[in-house]
Write a protein that binds this ligand. Structure first.
Ligand SMILES: NC(=O)c1ccc[n+]([C@@H]2O[C@H](COP(=O)([O-])OP(=O)(O)OC[C@H]3O[C@@H](n4cnc5c(N)ncnc54)[C@H](OP(=O)(O)O)[C@@H]3O)[C@@H](O)[C@H]2O)c1
Length: 322
């Protein structure tokens, strides 16, 4: 085994093109850790934000971006009992833009045998976000109407799939015909084009999943039912909405922040419930796998990130390091 591994390194903050291929030294495992040969890495909007220096977590430079991957365990610390070398796994972690990763064994989930490496790698971040948002923070109930904005993107499609599975009537909003088709295939009842004026009229959603923010907020707010829950997931549209508090009063609405990663770090009960929820999702997964929009080589990571920034990704983008 060579003493180094290939990764995409961020030496300075900026646009995706700042990423450079690098050979990094392999480090020894700490107790509780495993080493994973990465077969596929999921690309997420937060990768773009982190490389630009706009993300809430700012690792010291240089760093390897990437929050999720799937691969095979190649080495285990002496105290790790419930996994073996050769096990196929997927995980949320850091440093996933690489041909190998070191991670705590406690973060691993088993890869379903009938899922591809690409599907497994594209699963955990969006699924965890949808799960924490809809079921934990949003208390989505069977029979409610769920409005999903940015429904053809990574978190949006996961929210559509989970919302439909939870028995909600899912209304998807997405800007292209291809994204709307993907949302319908993932379980949405209706898919609307936000470019058509008045798309929000007549909608009375109990829950809104909003990874977009920006200008969409004011229009979509009219679709929230009085007493409804608005899930603030992200700001892919660029702008952070600043709704006046009287809007909450008038609708007796709840504006609810969602931080899928933090929630599980802070609250052990939420962490356990999330892990169980994701395991159940992986097992009973028919029709609820991530849609893979495109596959790139690891050294094409910048192109994948540019596509995300240009709003041209349908579903998830994946990097293959080998
Ligand atoms: N809170 C959390 O725990 C958490 C976890 C993961 C991600 N996030 C955040 O959620 C947001 C979405 O992440 P994602 O992985 O779903 O991203 P994505 O796959 O790129 O999807 C985002 C969607 O936002 C819409 N959009 C509107 N304006 C856009 C613009 N100027 N640039 C790019 N997209 C635009 C697009 O849909 P249309 O073309 O249909 O408008 C796009 O499909 C990001 O802000 C991310 O940081 C939050």
């Amino acid at each position: 085994m060579s003493a180094t591994y290939r990764a995409m390194l961020c030496r300075r903050l900026g646009p995706p093109d700042v990423l450079e291929p690098a050979e990094l030294p392999r480090r020894a495992l700490q107790p509780g850790e495993v080493r994973i040969a990465v077969h596929a890495t999921g690309v997420n909007f937060p990768d773009l934000l982190q490389v630009a220096g706009d993300y809430q977590h700012r690792p010291p430079l240089p760093f390897v971006p990437g929050f999720e991957a799937a691969g095979e365990i190649t080495e285990l610390a002496g105290d790790v009992r419930n996994w073996q070398a050769g096990d196929a796994v997927l995980l949320r972690g850091t440093g996933a833009y690489a041909e190998e990763m070191v991670a705590p064994a406690a973060t691993l989930l088993p890869k379903p045998a009938d899922w591809s490496w690409d599907e497994a790698a594209a699963f955990p971040v969006a699924a965890a976000t949808a799960w924490v948002a809809l079921l934990w923070r949003g208390r989505l109930l069977r029979g409610e109407t769920l409005l999903v904005l940015g429904a053809g993107g990574g978190t949006g499609l996961a929210a559509v799939a989970l919302g439909a599975q939870a028995g909600a009537r899912v209304v998807a909003v997405a800007s292209s015909a291809e994204k709307r088709e993907a949302a319908l295939a993932a379980g949405a009842t209706v898919a609307l084009d936000p470019a058509i004026a008045g798309w929000e009229q007549g909608l009375q959603a109990e829950v809104v999943f909003d990874p977009v923010g920006g200008e969409m907020f004011s229009t979509a707010w009219r679709a929230l039912k009085p007493g409804g829950r608005w899930l603030v997931v992200g700001f892919a549209g660029g702008g952070i909405p600043r709704p006046p508090a009287n809007r909450l009063l008038l609708k007796e609405a709840e504006l609810i922040g969602v931080r899928a990663g933090e929630q599980a770090r802070r609250d052990p009960l939420a962490a356990r419930a999330l892990k169980t929820g994701l395991r159940d999702w992986l097992v009973g997964s028919e029709g609820r796998r991530p849609l893979i929009g495109a596959i790139y080589r690891l050294d094409e990571a910048a192109a994948a990130l540019r596509r995300l920034a240009d709003r041209n990704a349908v579903g998830k983008l994946v990097l293959r390091p080998r």
